[in-house]
Design a protein around this ligand. Sequence first.
Ligand SMILES: O=P(O)(O)OC[C@H]1O[C@H](OP(=O)(O)OP(=O)(O)O)[C@H](O)[C@@H]1O
Ligand code: HPA
Ligand SMILES: [Mg+2]
Length: 175
Amino acid sequence: MAGEAPEPNAQEKAGKAFPVSWDQFHRDCRALTWRLNEVGPFHAVIAITRGGLVPAAIVARALGVRVIDTVCIASYDHNKQGELQVLKGISEAAIKLGGGTGKGLLIVDDLVDTGKTGKLVREMLPDAHFATVYAKPMGRPLVDTFITEVSQDTWIFFPWDTALSYPPPLRDGAA
Ligand SMILES: O=P(O)(O)OC[C@H]1O[C@H](OP(=O)(O)OP(=O)(O)O)[C@H](O)[C@@H]1O
Ligand code: HPA
Ligand SMILES: [Mg+2]
């Protein structure tokens, strides 16, 4: 309707910013592998693209897993969540390794927010172990193992989505 304020996107709703550096992300992924090492071994890692690709590589390397598959899901356009679209499903070979239900498979993503993406993948592989680096309260019940919880009103900025930038001086003429 004319004059109505546009619906805030997920980042605007989130409000607080939580920027993560490459170093911090690597440290958090290593912490995740320590926990997962107690749960495995795993036959294969399934990365939820694209955000799950980076932690999946680090986790698979640390756990000695060489079979890596992807499930390609798009939902956020920049920072507004729309309909979930499965652009590529899990391969037959990976499904077979998990006996059809995902037993012994490890699903990895960078985070759970509303939990919609995680729920969809869990439905594909109900017996798989689902791990994320970060979790927000709404998605947390879906995850088996994660490292850091942030509040629902926090927006996480990943190092592959950000760049160093120049902050102007707080005081005029201070530069
Ligand atoms: O719990 P949810 O509310 O479903 O959100 C979590 C998902 O959102 C982000 O992916 P996105 O769809 O932005 O795609 P990308 O990984 O390609 O950036 C993130 O990487 C998770 O996969
Ligand atoms: O907090 C977030 N950060 C980056 N991508 C996301 N996708 C859903 N929530 C987030
Ligand atoms: Mg994603």
